[in-house]
Ligand binder design. Sequence first.
Ligand SMILES: C[S@@+](CC[C@H](N)C(=O)[O-])C[C@H]1O[C@@H](n2cnc3c(N)ncnc32)[C@H](O)[C@@H]1O
Length: 211
Amino acid sequence: MNSIIDPAIETYAREHSMPESDVLRELSDETYRTMESPQMVVGRVQGGLLRLLVSVSGARRVLELGAFTGYSALAMAEGLPDDGELITCDMNAESTEMAQRYWDRSLHGAKIMLKLGHALETIDTLEGPFDLVFIDADKENYTAYWEKVLPLVRSGGLILVDNVLWKGRILAPVSTLDHAVDAFNKHVAKDERVEAIMLTVRDGVTVARKK
Ligand SMILES: C[S@@+](CC[C@H](N)C(=O)[O-])C[C@H]1O[C@@H](n2cnc3c(N)ncnc32)[C@H](O)[C@@H]1O
């Protein structure tokens, strides 16, 4: 990823954050060795943040849109209690086959259930309430995902959204995707159903609490 943060600062933050579990480190290593867009994994700092938010919020039921090779799902599952549950949605059979291999190696993997298919269709088959939702699938559907998941989140629950700074392109949107992310951010900023802040972590993470 072309970082919007000074790479030396990123490295310093990573080296002064809690270490990943061995399974997460190996999953990340294989992703970088074998996948075309490995920078899609959230990595140690953001993965640690997701895990902390899951545990401090006391979440028991989590929904993720966008599993890829399974890093963020496993990081969040590590923050769930033993009887917690995480449903993750993706449409890529190849990357999620790798994800499943690593989830199977972790004590926390049994909490994760994969739903293969278009996330917009999968959400329609799910019943709430969820305590926390992490949106990290295709950016053009971010506003549609937001509208579909918000009713499924319990009052006081969290919605986290990745890549909201879109490598800085939201400052001068050009492409359809740039405009989609910018429009989504404006949609959230005026949504009175939530309290939301945007963190400048990695590529930008919105943290919203449903009122
Ligand atoms: C940025 S990656 C997710 C990264 C992951 N959260 C992690 O930390 O490793 C986005 C994922 O969304 C998936 N995706 C894209 N469009 C989708 C859709 N319409 N429905 C479900 N998944 C989709 C892609 O296959 C890809 O694996």
